[in-house]
Design a protein around this ligand. Sequence first.
Ligand code: CU
Length: 137
Amino acid sequence: MSKKLILVFSLILIVVVLFGCTQGGYNTTNSNTQTTPQNNNIQDQNTAVTTSEPQNYPINISNFSFNPQEVKIKVGDSVSWLNNDSMQHKVASVSGNEISSELLPKGASYKHTFNTPGTYTYYCTIHTSMRGTIIVE
Ligand SMILES: [Cu+2]
């Protein structure tokens, strides 16, 4: 018999002996550890349900006003302004340039996604009394 064969046989023996001794003792612990990951899975599914996809909030421009005038959204959500007036309107931030649309004729819309939390006040650059607020949380 070669030395290699003896080594392999003794290794197998050790494994069989160790496995045989520990099998009975560890059986109950194994079944316990199996239930814990199952519980974690249920929690993961719950958090997956409550995590919401980015939303789009429509704002209707009509009768020289923004409806709704104030919109609360979350970071990553977007807002779409749709002009239903026969007049043209142009939506722009009061300060900064986060919100900046083209001239919107009747039926045209402007969509913007907000990626930074904050309060964004905007107005119509043609009819400056038209104002609205987007609150991004
Ligand atoms: Cu306007």
